[in-house]
Ligand binder design. Structure first.
Ligand SMILES: [Zn+2]
Length: 375
């Protein structure tokens, strides 16, 4: 096991933050084995992933000592040192950088065309060869991309660690939710296996949902190159990249995190990055649905919010999910599900300003258009 320190651009004289990555197994290079990259708490106030990383590290230490890690596994247990320091009036604000207002999980840089141009003369009819060439050129392009700010240097560091991985897991959480995943549609055949191991209730699929979140920045390179070189060179979808939503923000418990870490290890054994008896593929406990069918439940008026239904319940169109109560008029506004679906996530705040999105129901039909992710 090797620990690497990556200094970020200093935001002010006398201060400097750094990102720490922990490396197991065989360093990639022109590797034969696969590479997995796992990061936690890119939204710095989402802590379940950090506890999963703690348990993953204990398990990976044991596996490394036993010589069982045959691929490369990079673990970044705290992916956002900037957001970790953003405490305001005793509240942790880890989703947006307070300097720019930018979401830490958006605007990942795109080196797709630069890489394609650098790689083109080296590509052949051998898809595996093309994967190696594109990974090598992508890594160079990511490292060479100029950055001006601390936030940009964080994004570049995360991309340089992950961009050539076969498997990328970005560990997040919702406010109050059941286990669910986000991935790009071309990743679904491989993600379906992960969904079973991690016991995901729903996987939300989109292809380029907008504003380049981290997981899509890692996976979109491959299907975009496949399109660009269609009819010329074969390009595989060489990266399974997934945002793993580890239930709700307060679900930071050893029992859950230990089980989640073991499920991830079992998935890595199943995929062949760790040697040992291949675990049986678990039964699916959920399915995949279009992200464009994940319908927000909005409060049209302000008031005290109380939920009538729990995350994980199957609901039908018209079911009342919550009440917004105006204690001055004593009016009760019913918030209804617009579709049949899985009520998979809801907020934890209990005062709703007018217009607030208080929950999400995953339906089967793609009904929304435009940018599909929330703020
Ligand atoms: Zn998040």
């Amino acid at each position: 096991m090797q620990i690497q320190t990556h200094p970020l651009i200093s935001p002010a004289p006398g201060t400097q933050r750094e990102l720490i990555s922990i490396h197991y197994g065989q360093p990639a290079g022109e590797r034969i084995g696969q590479k997995a990259y796992i990061q936690a708490s890119l939204h710095a106030d989402e802590l379940p992933g950090m506890l999963v990383a703690h348990h993953l590290r204990k398990k990976l230490d044991v596996l490394q000592a036993a010589g069982r890690i045959t691929g490369e596994v990079i673990l970044v247990p705290m992916a956002n040192p900037i957001g970790l320091s953003q405490q305001m009036l005793y509240m942790h604000m880890g989703r947006f950088e307070t300097t720019t207002g930018e979401n830490f999980n958006r605007h990942y840089p795109d080196q797709i065309e630069a890489t394609a141009q650098a790689a083109e003369s080296q590509l052949s009819q051998d898809a595996d060869h093309n994967t190696r060439v594109l990974r090598r050129e992508l890594k160079k392009a990511v490292a060479a991309a100029p950055v001006d700010t601390e936030l940009q240097s964080l994004r570049r560091t995360l991309m340089s660690l992950s961009c050539d991985a076969d498997i990328v897991l970005d560990l997040h959480c919702d406010a109050q939710a059941v286990m669910h995943l986000y991935t790009e549609t071309p990743c679904w055949p491989e993600c379906e296996v992960l969904a079973r191991f991690i016991r995901s209730r729903v996987t939300l699929l989109a292809q380029e949902s907008g504003d380049s979140p981290f997981d899509e920045a890692c996976s979109q390179t491959w299907w975009k190159w496949a399109k660009r070189f269609e009819g010329q060179f074969p390009i595989k979808q060489a990266c399974l990249s997934v945002t793993v939503e580890l239930r709700g923000a307060a679900d930071v418990e050893h029992a859950l995190a230990e089980a989640d870490a073991q499920n991830i290890i079992d998935f890595l054994i199943y995929r062949g990055l760790i040697s040992g008896d291949k675990p049986a593929l678990p039964e699916a406990v959920g399915d995949a649905r279009p992200l464009a069918g994940s319908m927000p439940i909005k409060a049209p008026v302000a008031g005290a919010l109380t939920f009538l239904r729990e995350p994980g319940e199957t609901v039908t169109a018209g079911d009342v999910l919550a009440h917004v109560i105006d204690p001055i008029s004593n009016a009760v506004t019913e918030l209804k599900s617009p579709v049949d679906g899985l009520f998979f996530a809801r907020d934890f705040v209990r005062f709703a300003p007018a217009g607030m999105r208080v929950g999400k129901v995953a339906g089967l039909q793609a009904l929304r258009t435009g940018k599909l992710l929330g703020a």
